[in-house]
Design a protein around this ligand. Structure first.
Ligand SMILES: [Cu+2]
Length: 70
């Protein structure tokens, strides 16, 4: 089990949160996604490490930007 946290900008409401959660949740290997609207923190859980580029692409697909993969 791996947990990685990303900071995402541009989310303003619950709809944004569910868009990000849905897109990131579709990345192969992702088992769970937590989004904190107030901080922009997106926590991704997976069985094995996932390439940050895949998560970044999914966030962009939802219409937002990853500031710092951390
Ligand atoms: Cu919104």
């Amino acid at each position: 089990m791996t947990t990685t946290t990303y900071t995402v900008t541009g989310m303003t409401c619950g709809h944004c949160v569910s868009s990000v959660r849905e897109e990131v949740g579709e990345v192969p290997g992702v088992t769970g996604v937590d989004v904190d609207l107030a901080t922009g923190l997106v926590t991704v859980r997976s069985e094995s490490p996932i390439d940050a580029a895949q998560i970044t692409a999914a966030v962009q697909e939802a219409g937002y930007e990853v500031v710092t993969p951390s």
